[in-house]
Structures are given as structure tokens and as C-alpha cells.
Design a protein around this ligand. Structure first.
Ligand SMILES: Nc1nc2c(ncn2[C@@H]2O[C@H](COP(=O)(O)OP(=O)(O)O)[C@@H](O)[C@H]2O)c(=O)[nH]1
Ligand SMILES: [Mg+2]
Length: 370
């Protein structure tokens, strides 16, 4: 057991040591160990937090969930209002939003849940500002939409760093590593020609997690931090995008340069908007929708017209089976085949089996065995 205060204090100390240590060949191993120690304490605290029921009671509803993340006063509440019609309190001072406020954005047949999150503030990762609560919400997000005041772009970098500290990785791939533990024989490393951490770092990180025997196999380039993430197994990988707000307060040149700078520094998609003047909001909705990788399927009865008004919304990668599951699970056993017209078909009314992968915009007729 580790109590919250001593855990936070320990993390703070380790983080201080970490930032004081200059990176070089000699300190590399030491830094790896520090990272592993921090990850370990945090994992322990988080699992205790979950047991204690820390976190907001937010239920995931709709086809996908978008969480608005930004500093106080960036325009989150205003944007929630513009996107969903929900009026959370908008005020000219910081810390207005103390609870999570949900809204629903209906876009092109999809119901997208939008959550306005209490402003992340610096230091949240060490417990101030209710970090466990914030993590609990961000964990259920399919997309994090950073709401950034164009006059304070540096806040974005602080937020990303803050989320990194909370073990939330934005727009990153989960490292492709495999560990097969064994009872004897030491640690065997298989790099497969990829760029991987130095052997001494791998060993000391594993050591920190009390793993002394086994085979570790890398299937992709892996940084030291990614390796720690893999062993600690406590990271969340979430997609992200940036709503660059309040563009009505600056000229177009500022908008262009801020956008370019952010995109090149973070790789995140940036959509300049004004929540106040409802400028570029449709573009934002479109970007959010496409960022969620949702697909719309239009059902067509065998001898009738397709219902183009009420698509079924599914996650990308869905098959005919998933389409039927959405209609009625009782029908699953009776699928015979389906006819598909649209992006996933080679020609109109192509006959396909139940494992056929559908795509956004397909028109589907399912034929059943009765
Ligand atoms: N000029 C301008 N002001 C905005 C815009 N969006 C929000 N604001 C103002 O910024 C302040 C903070 O907005 P709010 O939505 O409460 O931010 P939150 O703290 O992130 O929820 C309010 O006075 C809003 O009216 C915008 O696009 N342009
Ligand atoms: Mg607010």
C-alpha cells in the first residue's frame, strides 16, 4: 500500500532528480531507472484510486466520446455550447468548470458525446487539481480535443507534457514489444534490427519490475520511455486534435503561423475556430468526425429505397456481422449474405459474405435465412 500523499511526494522527488540529471551516455541507465520507478509508483496509486472509486461518474454514451481539454478561459464551455447546445456556465474568470459537463453532438447521423473537463492545471500529475479524476475521464475518450486560446499557444505544449506525466499518450502508437517470462535463464533480447534501448537499460528497467528471466522481443523501433511504458503497462493511447480558439482576436497571418508552428511541433491536426463568432465550427465537426474513424452504413430493404436519413454508425473495421449486430443480435445466426454498393464494393450490388468489411457510405442489404 502506498498512500496518496507519500506517493505524490515520492514522484515529485524522483521527477526533480530526473530533471536535474543531464542526459548523456553515463546517466542514461540512471534515467531509465528513474522513469521505471515513477511509472511503478504511479501504477500503484492509480490502481488504488480505482478501487477507492476516485473519478467522475461519467457514462460513455453515443457512438464515440470526445473530451475537451484546455486551460481555464480557453473557451471550452463556449465550444461545448456551440457544438452541443448545452450551456455550461461561461464566465470571464478561471476555474468556472468544476465538474464534467456532458453534451451530445449530432453529426451526419452519429451521436458524439462531448465532455467539458475541469481545466487541467500544471501540477495535476502530482495530485493537485484532482489528477485521478481527470485520468478517469480521459481514459474513456476516443479523441481529446485540445481547446487552445490562440493568444496563449504555449499552453498546448504544457498540456501535452502534463498528459504525458499522467501516462496518457497522444497520437502515439502502442510500442510493438512482447515479453515472455520464464523461470530461469536470464533475459534474452531480440531486437530484430530495430532501434531499441541499450541492453543495460532494458535490464535495469526489467529489474525494477522484478523481472529477471524471459525473452523480450521488439517488433518496432522503441524508445527508452516506450519501453518503460510497455513494461509498466499503464499507459492510455488516445487520438488528439487541436481547436485553436479565439481567432477573431488576431489577424489571419497570426492564425496561419500559429497553426503551422503547432502542427510541425506536435503533429496534431489544428482547426482554427472562433467559438464566440461560431467561425469554422462545421469544419471542426467534420474533422472530429473523421478523426473518430466512424463509418455510416445505409440500410436498403431488398425491394425498396435505402434509408439515407438514418445511417447505422459503426466503428472502423466493422463487418456485415457488426451491421447485423446493430440491427438485432437475434438475427446474427440467420445471415446468408449481403449486397453492398459504395466505397467497399467493387461494383454496385456486389454480393459479399458476413466477414466483408464495410466502409463509410456503403449501402447494404442483408439477406437472411428465413
Ligand atoms: N473573443 C473570443 N472570446 C471567446 C471565444 N470563446 C470564448 N471566449 C470568451 O472567453 C472567456 C472564457 O470562455 P469559457 O468558454 O468560459 O472558457 P473555459 O474556461 O475554457 O470553459 C469567456 O469570456 C468567453 O466569452 C472566442 O472564440 N473569441
Ligand atoms: Mg468552462
Amino acid at each position: 500500500m502506498i498512500d496518496k500523499n507519500s506517493g505524490n511526494k515520492k514522484i515529485e522527488e524522483l521527477q526533480e532528480q530526473y530533471s536535474k540529471t543531464k542526459y548523456n551516455k553515463a546517466t542514461n541507465k540512471y534515467l531509465g531507472i528513474l522513469r521505471a520507478k515513477i511509472a511503478k509508483i504511479r501504477r500503484e496509486m492509480e490502481s488504488q484510486g480505482r478501487k477507492a472509486g476516485t473519478g467522475y461518474a461519467v457514462r460513455k454514451t453515443g457512438n464515440a466520446t470526445v473530451v475537451l481539454v484546455g486551460f481555464p478561459n480557453a473557451g471550452k464551455s463556449s465550444l461545448l455550447g456551440v457544438l452541443t447546445g448545452v450551456q455550461s456556465k461561461v464566465a470571464d474568470y478561471a476555474f468556472t468548470t468544476l465538474e464534467v459537463i456532458p453534451g451530445m453532438l449530432e453529426y451526419e447521423g452519429a451521436n458524439i458525446q462531448v465532455l467539458d473537463l475541469p481545466g487541467l492545471i500544471q501540477g495535476a500529475h502530482v495530485g493537485r487539481g484532482g489528477s485521478l479524476k481527470i485520468i478517469s475521464v480521459v481514459r474513456i475518450a476516443d479523441l481529446i480535443l485540445f481547446v487552445i486560446d490562440i493568444n496563449r499557444p504555449q499552453e498546448l505544449y504544457q498540456l501535452i507534457e502534463e498528459l504525458e506525466m499522467l501516462n496518457i499518450r497522444i497520437n502515439q502508437k502502442r510500442p510493438a514489444v512482447r515479453l515472455e517470462k520464464s523461470f530461469a535463464g536470464g533475459v534474452n533480447i531480440e531486437g530484430n534490427g530495430h532501434r531499441i534501448p541499450a541492453k543495460e537499460i532494458i535490464l535495469s528497467v526489467l529489474n525494477e519490475f522484478k523481472i529477471f528471466n524471459g525473452e523480450i522481443i521488439f517488433y518496432s523501433d522503441t524508445t527508452d520511455q516506450q519501453f518503460v511504458d510497455f513494461v509498466a503497462d499503464n499507459c492510455v493511447y488516445v487520438r488528439g486534435a487541436v481547436a485553436l480558439n479565439k481567432i477573431d482576436t488576431v489577424d489571419q497571418r497570426r492564425v496561419d503561423s500559429a497553426r503551422k508552428e503547432i502542427e510541425s511541433r506536435t503533429g496534431l491536426r489544428v482547426i482554427p475556430i472562433s467559438a464566440k463568432m461560431t467561425e469554422n465550427i462545421e469544419v471542426l465537426k467534420g474533422t472530429v468526425f473523421s478523426g473518430l474513424d466512424l463509418i455510416r452504413i445505409y440500410l436498403k430493404p431488398k425491394d425498396g429505397e435505402a434509408d439515407m436519413k438514418n445511417p447505422l454508425v459503426l466503428e472502423s473495421g466493422a463487418t456485415i456481422i457488426d451491421v447485423v449486430r446493430k440491427i438485432n443480435t437475434k438475427l446474427l445466426k440467420s445471415i446468408r449474405y449481403a449486397y453492398v454498393s459504395g466505397p467497399s464494393s467493387k461494383f454496385p450490388n456486389q454480393r459479399v459474405g458476413e466477414d466483408h468489411k464495410v466502409r463509410d457510405g456503403d449501402i447494404v442489404t442483408v439477406v437472411f435465412d428465413f
